[in-house]
Write a protein of this length. Structure first.
Lengths: 114, 116
């Protein structure tokens, strides 16, 4: 079985300061891990994915995430927040073979203050 | 082209109406999905089509009827819906099969459905 826990339901940062969105996962299989972003009234956009290659994964818009197997974590970071980063972020787990549906975390709402 | 398109963007319907949601992708993906998303919640999987065959139905009420006419199109037929069915309905696609299965799904912008 697989599950995802997003440790914060809401994170608020000032523009230009670092962003950290935390995600822990549980998986019976070798996991694939994803971060998706959803802006208000929009669909989900893939930010980045981990599929057993490099543990530090770079995504779009300056985001990156590090897969830490010992900590079962896949936290999302960005060095400097921009107003346009304000959105809902979902951490998602699947198994490496892709044979199980995606399991979504409950989401973290990121607010960016000017 | 890495886009999934959905029509209509918005839909308002009464409980006795019949309507359809449409989804299209031209990425050559062989797996397509319908999700339902309520406000401030993650998407919930409804249906999965793999190679144009229904492979997962997550115990969705029969008032929702999916259809996959070909590998690029996915429809969701709606009939006798309830007000609690109001939500954002998202379509997604992925490569499918042994080449990646359910992973790396691309989502459409969604249809905002309101049932009166």
């Amino acid at each position: 079985a697989q599950s995802v826990t997003q440790l914060d339901s809401h994170v608020s940062v000032s523009e230009g300061t670092p962003v950290l969105l935390r995600c822990n996962y549980s998986s019976s299989y070798s996991p694939s891990l994803f971060w998706y972003v959803q802006h208000p009234n929009k669909g989900l956009q893939l930010l980045l994915k981990y599929t057993s290659a490099a543990t530090l994964v770079k995504g779009i818009n300056g985001f990156e995430a590090e897969f830490k197997k010992s900590e079962t974590s896949f936290h999302l970071t960005k060095p400097s927040a921009h107003m346009s980063d304000a959105a809902e972020y979902f951490c998602v787990v699947s198994d490496l073979s892709g044979n199980t549906p995606l399991v979504f975390g409950k989401g973290t709402r990121l607010s960016v203050i000017a | 082209d890495t886009e999934v398109t959905q029509t209509p963007k918005h839909l308002v319907m009464g409980m006795t109406n019949k309507k359809s949601l449409k989804c299209e992708q031209h990425m050559g993906h062989r797996a397509m999905y319908w999700y339902k998303q309520k406000a401030k919640k993650p998407p919930e999987l409804m249906f999965v089509y793999s190679y144009e065959k229904l492979s997962i139905n997550e115990s969705v009420p029969s008032r929702f009827s999916p259809e996959c006419p070909n590998s690029s199109l996915l429809n969701l037929h709606l009939h006798a819906l309830q007000p609690e069915d109001s939500a954002l309905y998202l379509c997604a696609s992925s490569r499918g099969g042994l080449a990646g299965g359910y992973n790396e799904q691309f989502f459409g912008p969604g249809t905002r459905l309101t049932v009166l």
